[in-house]
Design a protein. Structure first.
Length: 369
């Protein structure tokens, strides 16, 4: 099994590189169509009755449709033409399936809108300095606007200040910039588009609680320490579980979004806590590794331990272990960011900074249904 995991991890790296050159047409869908491929697949894979699967799909589609309507109302009318506009984006890592997918979403949306968009990243997922170096370089180039998703709340602040000084608009997407620290440094954001990470963790916890009526010991396999999305999801899950006297949160282990670290952490978890009933993983790559390790030790998923991941996305062609996962409307988030960017460039009022809670837990076979 360890050898299998090594092969699968090597495939992750290869697919992330290949994904950068994937044809944009493959991702060119409207925001209303966002949920279709994975959500339909999730509905087909669930062991719940067909009626429940159909209801879930309809709920997700309606959620995204409502979001799109609210987005258009808040953004208002778009400029009729965009002209020669160049948009940059700084993401966290293309070796992470979520951010590789985000890159595809950016490029597909840019093609749909007829604008050039350049997606850049640092060398590794936790390398805050290299991500800052990328933004500092981009700040001196001919971008009209740069959309940033920082590794942590402060690492990109010098680059944002430089963009401000050079007249480059800056939009924060996803993981948040520490706005107080940015203000102290003399900088500002032109817009911020995010999700409620704590609410995501609460949603996962409440669902796990509902599926484990007898309670028990649960654990969190978290991402990178200090990363806003990991900290928020963990906080929301932790507070919700600890408020229920039937449950005991026995461990929170940072595994840096890495499958190998999650695989190794799972061995320690099941050794130290043989009565463990549930594990929440802050991304699907780690959840996949957790399931593999549990299986290797004869621990049944979900009969013995329920496992929930996050993103509902693995690299195309990657083995689907049918993991229950929280899915974010990534394409819609990118669309919002680009539309706000265009309005900023045109000098139009872009509305208030938006907090977007757009997501849905997609039950599959790794939890009791």
């Amino acid at each position: 099994m360890k050898k299998l995991l090594a092969i699968m991890l090597a495939a992750v790296m290869a697919l992330s590189i290949a994904g950068c050159a994937a044809p944009a047409a493959q991702e060119t869908v409207t925001a209303e169509e966002t949920a279709a491929p994975q959500e339909t697949e999730a509905a087909e894979e669930t062991v719940a009755p067909q009626e429940a699967a159909s209801e879930l799909s309809a709920t997700v589609q309606q959620l995204y449709a409502d979001f799109d309507a609210a987005m258009e109302k808040q953004l208002g009318a778009m400029p009729e033409s965009f002209g020669d506009i160049k948009v940059g984006a700084v993401v966290i890592s293309l070796t992470n399936a979520f951010w590789a997918n985000m890159k595809d979403c950016y490029e597909a949306a840019g093609k749909e809108m007829g604008i050039a968009i350049d997606v850049q990243t640092g060398t590794t997922e936790g390398d805050t300095a290299s991500q800052l170096d990328v933004l500092m370089t981009m700040a001196d180039m001919d971008y009209n606007v740069i959309i940033v998703s920082p590794i942590d709340g402060t690492n990109l602040i010098p680059g944002i200040v430089k963009c401000n000084q050079n007249g480059v608009k800056v939009i924060n997407l996803g993981p948040g910039v520490d706005v107080d620290a940015l203000k102290e440094a003399g900088g500002h954001l032109d817009a911020k588009i995010t999700v409620d990470f704590a609410e995501q963790g609460q949603t996962v916890a409440n669902d796990m609680i509902s599926r484990l009526p007898d309670g028990g010991e649960v654990a969190v396999i978290a991402g990178l320490a200090g990363a806003g999305q990991s900290e928020g999801r963990t906080k929301g899950f932790k507070e919700t579980v600890e408020a229920n006297d039937k449950f005991n949160l026995v461990a929170v282990q940072n595994c840096d979004w890495d499958a190998t670290l999650a695989y190794d952490a799972t061995k320690a978890l099941i050794t130290e806590h043989p009565d463990l009933k549930g594990i929440f993983c802050c991304n699907d790559t780690m959840a996949m590794a957790v399931c593999l390790k549990l299986n290797e030790h004869g621990v049944r998923v979900p009969e013995d331990v329920s496992v929930v991941g996050f993103d509902n996305y693995l690299y195309p062609g990657f083995p689907d272990l049918k993991i229950t996962s929280y899915e974010i409307n990534t394409k819609a988030m990118v669309k919002v960011a680009l539309e706000k960017a265009l309005k900023q460039i045109r000098g139009a009022a872009s509305g208030k900074n938006m907090e977007i809670v757009s997501g849905q837990l997609v039950p599959k076979e790794s939890v009791k249904l």
